[in-house]
Design a protein around this ligand. Structure first.
Ligand code: FES
Length: 157
């Protein structure tokens, strides 16, 4: 069993409609990820309107497959009908599968981040990623601050 790192609760993801966090890959490079509600997953556990305890959240890298555009730029992910909307050219990605069938990013799928949900709590379980902090890369006021100006709106290469 791999390490589980507590991220947040399913309820928080549903309340805020998305939850941004920063991870590090095996080389220590930071990247951003997002938790989003996956409404399909709610159906099989729910006898009420609250999110199911076992499901209902998916995690994706916070970057469009078309260009390096963040979905959540600090104000939450724009979503409609269970789909994430890319703020740059408007391609929409299924929140549950990560698949896009429209626009500039058609026929691509977002890179997924492994998570598990246990008793309404979302955990990062991805063997390739470690949790850095909540929020975007620039929100972590640690040693990486001199990587670039905090006002930049795009992710570095
Ligand atoms: S950058 Fe997302 S559709 Fe073009």
């Amino acid at each position: 069993m791999s390490d589980w790192t507590r991220l947040t609760t399913v309820e928080t993801v549903y309340e805020n409609r998305s939850w941004l966090f920063t991870v590090r890959d095996q080389y220590g490079e930071p990247d951003e990820a997002i938790l989003v509600p996956c409404e399909d997953g709610v159906e099989h556990g729910s006898t009420n309107s609250r999110p199911g305890a076992d499901d209902g959240v998916e995690a994706w890298i916070n970057r469009c497959t078309h260009e390096a555009q963040r979905f959540d730029t600090g104000r939450g992910v724009a979503m409609r009908d269970g789909q994430l909307i890319c703020p740059k050219h408007g391609s929409m990605f299924d929140a549950c599968s990560g698949y896009c069938d429209n626009g500039e990013a058609a026929d691509t799928t977002l890179p997924s981040v492994d998570i598990s949900v246990d008793d309404g709590v979302v955990y990062l379980t991805d063997d390739d990623l470690t949790f850095a902090h909540a929020g975007g890369i620039d929100d972590g006021d640690d040693e990486n601050d001199d990587d670039g100006p905090a006002s930049t709106s795009h992710i570095g290469f």
